[in-house]
Design a binder for this molecule. Structure first.
Ligand SMILES: [Ca+2]
Ligand SMILES: [Ca+2]
Ligand SMILES: [Ca+2]
Length: 536
C-alpha cells in the first residue's frame, strides 16, 4: 500500500524568483457559426494577428461564416496609459477587464477601431476578451496596442496568458524517478492565493489539501520530506484571486518517486497486456548495479526464484525483458531483484499481468501485400466519409508509426462528416468467424486517440456476427476525438450480446465517427486506433 501523504510533514519553503509566466498567448475558440454558439470546432493558444484573406483560419473551420472568442489576460511591463485597437473584417468587440472598449459588431471591410486610453499597472494581469466574426469574403483580425515607449503594433504573445490556472509543474507531469522531493509551479496570472493538494489517488479531495491560502509570489516551491519510494503521486494547485472567492481549479499532475528496489513495472502490476508479445520494463531503484529477472505462470515459483523461472542477470541500462510469445488470456508473474554495489541482493515484489486475446494491434500491415486499407475497408470502397491510412507509405506501411499505443503501428482513421452520408466508418471482415469468448473473454478493449484540432464526433464500434446480427456501442463522450492522448475504451460483451450478437461467432468489426442510424452533418478530423483486443 501507498503511504497516505497527509501524514507527511511539510517543511514548507516558499521562495520567490522572477515572475515566470504561464503558457503565452490567448485561448482562441473557433465556432462554425457567426454567433459564437455551441462547441468550438477548433481551440488553440495564440497571439491575435491574422490576415486570412479568403482562406480558412485552419482545421475544420470554413473560410466564411465563423466566429472566434479569444480569452485570457494581459500583463503590461510598465505602468501607464495604453490604447488598444483592432483591424478587422468583419465584426469585432473587445473587453479589457470588465469594460467593453471596442464595439463594431457588423459586416464591414477592413477597419481600424481604437479605444480611449486605459491606465494599466505593471505586473498586474487584466482580463482580455476579444470576439470576432467573419461573414464572407476576406477575413482579417489584428489586435494592436500602444503605450509607454510602445508605438502601435500587434500585442505580442509574451504579455498574454490564456489561462488563470497554475502551470509549468516541476517535476514535469508524468515524470518517473523523482528523487528530490521538491514541487514547483508557476502561478496563474491573477492568483493571489494558492491551495495545494497532494495525494496518491488522482481524484484529489479536500482531505488531500496540504496548504491553504498561501499568499505567495509567482514562482513557487514546496519542499516535501520523504516521498514513499516508487509511489505515484498526484498534485494540483488551485489559484484564488484577491477577492478570495474566484478559484481557478488546476490540472491534476503526477510523478513517480524513485524506488529503493526495482519499481514502475509495465505492464502495471495486476494490469493487462494488449499484446501477447509484451516487452516488460521497469525502473532501477536507488543504488542498483544490475538486475535479476524471474518470470513464469506460477506465482509461488517466481516468489521463490525457482530455476524454471530464472531469466538471468540484466545490465543496469538493460531494463527490458521480452518473454517471447505468450498465451492469450493468461496471467503471468514476474520479479526483478536489484543487485547493489558489493553484490547485496534486494528482492523485488512479485508483479503480475494478464495477457489479452489480440484482435488487431496493426503491427502486421505493410505497403505491399498486406495494406491496412485492404484489411480495413474505408470510404474509398464503402462510400462513407472515412479514409484509412495515409496517402503515401513511409517506413514500409500506410499506417501510423509515431503515435502508437503499443508496438510500432496504429491505424490512422480520417473522418469527414461535413458531407453526405454524414458518417465515416472503416470495417474489417474476418476470414472465418471468431470466438471471442474462448478462454473466458468478457470485454472488448481498444485504444483511441484524437487531436485538439479535430472537431468533436460520436465515435462508435459495431460488431456483426456470422448471421448478420449487429450491435453498435458509442463512446460516451463525443469530445474523445479532441483528446491528444490515448483513451482506453472497454466494451463489455453484454452490451453486444444483449442486442443479439453471438460473441462466439464474430464476423465483422466496424469503427466509425458519426451516427449511421441517424446521420447529421458534423465535423471532420483524424483519429488513431490501436491495440484492439479481448480481455477476461
Ligand atoms: Ca469578410
Ligand atoms: Ca472569408
Ligand atoms: Ca500497435
Amino acid at each position: 500500500m501507498l503511504r497516505n501523504p497527509k501524514s507527511l510533514v511539510i517543511l514548507g519553503f516558499l521562495l520567490a524568483t522572477c515572475s515566470i509566466v504561464c503558457a503565452q498567448g490567448l485561448k482562441g475558440e473557433y465556432f462554425p457559426n457567426m454567433t459564437l454558439n455551441g462547441q468550438p470546432a477548433l481551440t488553440r493558444i495564440e497571439a491575435v494577428n491574422f490576415s486570412w484573406g479568403g482562406a480558412s483560419p485552419g482545421g475544420p473551420v470554413a473560410a466564411d461564416g465563423f466566429s472566434v472568442r479569444w480569452t485570457g489576460s494581459i500583463t503590461v511591463p510598465v505602468t501607464g496609459d495604453y490604447v488598444f485597437s483592432t483591424q478587422t473584417d468583419d465584426g469585432v468587440r473587445l473587453w479589457v477587464g470588465p469594460d467593453l472598449i471596442i464595439n463594431n459588431w457588423s459586416d464591414h471591410s477592413s477597419t481600424l477601431n481604437t479605444s480611449t486610453p486605459i491606465r494599466l499597472r505593471a505586473g498586474e494581469p487584466v482580463g482580455i476578451k476579444l470576439e470576432y466574426y467573419e461573414n464572407g469574403g476576406d477575413a482579417i483580425v489584428q489586435f494592436f496596442w500602444s503605450g509607454p515607449g510602445i508605438t502601435q503594433q500587434a500585442v505580442p504573445e509574451s504579455v498574454l496568458s490564456p489561462t488563470y490556472k497554475a502551470c509549468n509543474p516541476k517535476p514535469a507531469d508524468g515524470t518517473v524517478g523523482v528523487s528530490a522531493p521538491l514541487l514547483e509551479w508557476s502561478a496563474g496570472p491573477t492568483a493571489m492565493f494558492h491551495n495545494v493538494y497532494v495525494g496518491t489517488d488522482p481524484n484529489l479531495t479536500e482531505a488531500d489539501r496540504w496548504a491553504t491560502w498561501q499568499p505567495l509570489p509567482l514562482a513557487l516551491y514546496y519542499h516535501v520530506p520523504g516521498f514513499t519510494p516508487g509511489a505515484t503521486y498526484y498534485w494540483r494547485v488551485d489559484e484564488i484571486e484577491k477577492d478570495g472567492i474566484t478559484t481557478h481549479t488546476g490540472d491534476v499532475w503526477s510523478f513517480v518517486a524513485q524506488g529503493l528496489t526495482a519499481y514502475y513495472p509495465t505492464p502495471v502490476d495486476t494490469g493487462s497486456s494488449p499484446s501477447t508479445e509484451p516487452a516488460l520494463t521497469w525502473m532501477p531503484g536507488l543504488g542498483a548495479t544490475q538486475h535479476h529477472v524471474y518470470f513464469g505462470t506460477d506465482a509461488d515459483a517466481v516468489a521463490q526464484g525457482a530455476g524454471t523461472t530464472d531469466q538471468g542477470l540484466f545490465a543496469l541500462a538493460d531494463t527490458v525483458f521480452e518473454p517471447g510469445t505468450l498465451d492469450p488470456l493468461t496471467t503471468y508473474y514476474w520479479r526483478v531483484d536489484q543487485i547493489a554495489t558489493g553484490g547485496a541482493i534486494m528482492a523485488g515484489p512479485v508483479w503480475s499481468f494478464t495477457t489479452a486475446l489480440p484482435i488487431d494491434g496493426f503491427e502486421e500491415y505493410n505497403d505491399d501485400d498486406n495494406r491496412i486499407y485492404d484489411a480495413w475497408i474505408d470510404g474509398v470502397v464503402n462510400n462513407t466519409g472515412s479514409y484509412v491510412g495515409y496517402e503515401s507509405s513511409s517506413e514500409g506501411t500506410f499506417g501510423e508509426t509515431t503515435i502508437v499505443h503499443g508496438g510500432s503501428q496504429s491505424m490512422p482513421l480520417d473522418y469527414n462528416n461535413v458531407d453526405a452520408p454524414y458518417y465515416s466508418e472503416a470495417e474489417r471482415e474476418f476470414a472465418s468467424a471468431q470466438d471471442w469468448t474462448a478462454g473466458g473473454g468478457t470485454t472488448l478493449v481498444l485504444y483511441v486517440r484524437g487531436a485538439y484540432t479535430n472537431g468533436p464526433a460520436r465515435v462508435y464500434v459495431t460488431v456483426e456476427d456470422s448471421s448478420g446480427k449487429m450491435a453498435t456501442v458509442p463512446y460516451p463522450d463525443p469530445g474523445i476525438t479532441t483528446w491528444s492522448e490515448w483513451a482506453e475504451w472497454k466494451i463489455p460483451f453484454a452490451e453486444l450480446s444483449g442486442a443479439g450478437v453471438n460473441m462466439a461467432r464474430v464476423k465483422k468489426l466496424y469503427l466509425g465517427a458519426g451516427n449511421k442510424a441517424n446521420p447529421e452533418p458534423g465535423s471532420a478530423g483524424l483519429i488513431y486506433v490501436d491495440d484492439i483486443c479481448v480481455v477476461k
